[in-house]
Design a binder for this molecule. Sequence first.
Ligand code: GFB
Length: 315
Amino acid sequence: MNNTDKIYVAGHNGLVGSAIVRLLKSKGHTNILTRTSAELDLRNQVSVKEFFAKEKPQYVFMAAAKVGGIWANKTYPAEFIFDNLSIQNNVIHEAYKNGVTKLLFLGSSCIYPKNAPQPIIEDYLLTDSLEPTNEAYAIAKIAGIKMCQAYHQQYGCNFISVMPTNLYGPGDNYDLQKSHVLPALIRKFHEAKMNNDEHVTIWGTGKPSREFLHADDAAAACYFLMQNYDQPEIINIGWGKDDTIAELALQIKETVGFTGKLIFDDTKPDGTMRKLLNVDKLNALGWSASINLKEGIQNTYQDFTSKYDYYTSKK
Ligand code: GFB
């Protein structure tokens, strides 16, 4: 990828897409193509077709997706499957039609079976049933992987698929219902501290574990793989360490400076008990993560406080 090559970052306002744009700019790339969802609805086949025909990007980071935490996935499965299938069908197909040199498709660790042996290697894809709370989203992502592989097999397209673990960082969604656990807990602890509340409620038992990777690390891995990985087989992106939700809550509590108690609401779903990725394949290529969870939480908390007025005005 040369600095003047035209690079389309689909989903540039999202958590990973915005991190990819920051990274590309810092590396000196000057021809970055972006469109907001208001400017280009990626679910609309005709609009995507016209966009690719006019702009002819050479590289595509496919980071556009409808995403959300456990509650959003469980509550809106139809939207998760329809929006994601439509977005990826349109972008991947038009990338092929318009001769894109290389496309990187972002999947998710939830594509693996609910009870996969840990840490999860890439070969476990489609070996058992999925976690029910996010089955619709996972099926869409699996379809995206298979589509990239089919276009590689039939048309020779260099379309790769990467599977990041649970991501967080600046630019995350801090909505209390629809977000993922880390941004939700940052907000809950912050508001509890401001209101002098006695406790914060954590969904589920606190026993499930998650591997949390900072979005800047995820973007760095995507950038590295765009330049160093040309295989149709999927590749995991993570850092090889996980924490229980209870441990995460304690770390966020400390960073925010909340002094009250934690209450676990076991009427809320735990989801998958563990989904730690095996990242041997990525490490062997020469890339590993560098932002530890403590540093990442501090950095994300700063991002949240800088946007707090925006979030409370939407309440
Ligand atoms: O991050 P999260 O929503 O998604 O939840 P998943 C992770 C764990 O944190 C679950 C618990 O066990 C939740 O019950 N949790 C505790 C909370 N308190 C909260 C809270 O206030 N908010 C949230 N959201 N969770 C998603 C999938 O699964 O992960 C997606 O639904 C995707 O498809 C994404 O794969 C990466 O890790 O369970």
